[in-house]
Write a protein that binds this ligand. Structure first.
Ligand code: FES
Length: 76
């Protein structure tokens, strides 16, 4: 998958929030799924917030922990 940017996206959520992160790379609303994956075998990744917090979502496409950042962008 081609990345969107060479740094993670900061995604803030409140307790109970669910957000769907694009895993196909075709979304026009990175890093969130916009439905562009339809017709493929790829599905978005759901992240759930068990409390109010900030998560860092992979923007470069190289993280081994996608949809979350693992720091791989630092090696680009
Ligand atoms: S648009 Fe990429 S997974 Fe939905």
């Amino acid at each position: 998958m081609a990345g969107w940017q060479n740094e993670p996206f900061k995604v803030e959520g409140k307790e109970g929030d669910k957000k769907f992160i694009c895993m196909c790379g075709k979304t026009g609303n990175a890093p969130f799924c916009d439905g562009s994956h339809k017709g493929s075998d790829i599905t978005p990744a759901k992240i759930e917030f068990d409390r109010d917090k900030t998560m860092f979502v992979c923007g470069c496409g190289e993280s081994s922990k996608r949809p979350l950042c693992d720091g791989s962008h630092k090696n680009l």
